[in-house]
Ligand binder design. Sequence first.
Ligand code: FAD
Length: 159
Amino acid sequence: MRRTQVGIIGAGPAGLLLSHLLHQAGVESVVLECRSRSYVEQRIRTGVLEDGTRQILQRAGVGERMMREGMVHGGIFIAFEDRLHHIDFPELTGGHTIVVYGQQEVVKDLIRGAAGGGWGDLVRSRGGAHRGASGPTRHRLPVPGRLGGAAGVRLRGGM
Ligand SMILES: Cc1cc2nc3c(=O)[nH]c(=O)nc-3n(C[C@H](O)[C@H](O)[C@H](O)COP(=O)(O)OP(=O)(O)OC[C@H]3O[C@@H](n4cnc5c(N)ncnc54)[C@H](O)[C@@H]3O)c2cc1C
């Protein structure tokens, strides 16, 4: 049986980023996910990342594709009574912008960059077949969401 220091429930952006940050701090973790890799990588949700999220992802070393392929957005126009009003984000927020980049792309970047290994080494999904360090493996969590170990963390994050 594999032992780990921290168990994280859910391979969403919050769980994957926490696992990545723990790895950088020298703390081992495993992420337990009840869905398949293709599900979490394709689930469309957030399309806009706030500046704080951009900064965290860049500092963690997983923001390179986001900055290359994402669209940095400095404002919007609102049409009101036949006039366009420009809402200038940097001017109104002391320099902050947003990045248009899908949450599913963040998840892919975190899985690829995570803990030096990727999905098979990082995530245990219920019943999902995936490739681990020693070849294809199949994992089944006896009770989804229950974990024996030093610490289990269930996360609710935001993007
Ligand atoms: C339709 C939609 C549109 C959105 N648009 C925006 C937006 O424009 N801007 C914005 O900032 N935010 C938006 N959000 C919110 C954003 O998607 C969430 O803030 C973000 O997904 C939270 O990340 P998370 O990692 O905490 O949770 P999630 O992304 O929900 O990930 C949790 C993971 O845990 C897994 N899981 C749950 N229970 C268990 C269990 N018992 N055992 C194992 N695995 C489990 C789930 O399968 C999932 O993969 C939107 C959300 C939705 C649904």
